[in-house]
Design a protein around this ligand. Structure first.
Ligand SMILES: [Ca+2]
Length: 254
């Protein structure tokens, strides 16, 4: 091997290593460095339609508004959610205790194709920290054409920002440039084409970065101070129409 070939090989190894680090598999990161603090494979039947009908510590926040409607159906070992959004006046909001600073969640999901505009929001909540509307910290939203990551804690759900923003919305005026610019820094969007197959999602926070992966590949990542919130107390799903969920795992890295 002459010097030129050697240097070329070294450069290749270097580029390969950098590339691998950029596309680190977050499911492996959670499994190797984190502690599994919750798992649910949904191999059971639900108990009625109420707030705690799913069992294993889950709560469906809007279930008791529509006790005659089944929003969460455990069927064949899968959690099938059909939100009674219109009747309950709110999209289905289903949450479970989490409890980490850095860590995340891994689960399988599928848009069953039962409704035209199926979407899924997932993320983290802390109702014990004041100054944040309903404790909304940070979320990933999957819609038909894209994935959005958003820091709500220091963005639209920060009470002062929310109040200021709402005053413009109430007057049907455009947001001032500085507020628009600030809110823009709190989120990122990546393209993703929805389908009706099962996929694995991981959503993690590490320091002030949040990363979203589909089937082991990072498809969106963003840094914002709210992602570093010290206590992701709840993991939550917000589901406006229909989604199937299976094998939820929550990991704490620190
Ligand atoms: Ca299952």
């Amino acid at each position: 091997m002459n010097l030129k070939t050697l240097l070329r090989s070294l450069l290749f190894i270097e580029l390969f290593t950098v590339g691998a680090a950029l596309h680190a598999d977050d499911t492996s990161w959670l499994q190797k460095t984190g502690k599994l603090i919750f798992r649910d494979e949904f191999e059971r039947e639900e108990d009625g339609n109420g707030m705690k009908a799913i069992g294993n510590g889950w709560e469906s926040a809007t279930a008791d508004r529509v006790p005659h409607l089944k929003m969460a159906d455990l069927d064949g070992g899968t959690l099938k959610i059909a939100s009674a959004t219109k009747e309950a006046g709110h999209a289905a909001h289903i949450h479970h205790e989490a409890g980490f600073t850095d860590g995340g969640v891994v689960f399988r999901f599928k848009f069953p194709g039962l409704n035209a505009a199926e979407s899924l929001q997932l993320g983290f909540v802390d109702r014990e920290t004041p100054g944040i509307h309903a404790g909304h910290l940070c979320y990933a939203t999957l819609a038909s054409g894209n994935v959005t990551l958003i820091d709500h804690k220091t963005g639209v759900m920060n009470l002062e920002i929310r109040k200021r923003r709402q005053s413009y919305i109430d007057r049907k005026e455009p947001l001032p440039a500085d507020l628009e610019a600030l809110l823009k820094t709190k989120q990122t969007t990546a393209p993703w084409k929805a389908d009706n197959a099962w996929h694995e999602i991981s959503l993690v926070t590490e320091g002030d970065e949040m990363r979203f992966s589909l089937d082991g590949e990072v498809v969106a990542r963003h840094r914002s101070e709210g992602f570093a919130h010290p206590m992701k107390r709840w993991f939550s799903f917000l589901i406006p129409s229909t989604v199937w969920i299976d094998d939820v795992k929550i990991f704490k890295v620190r």
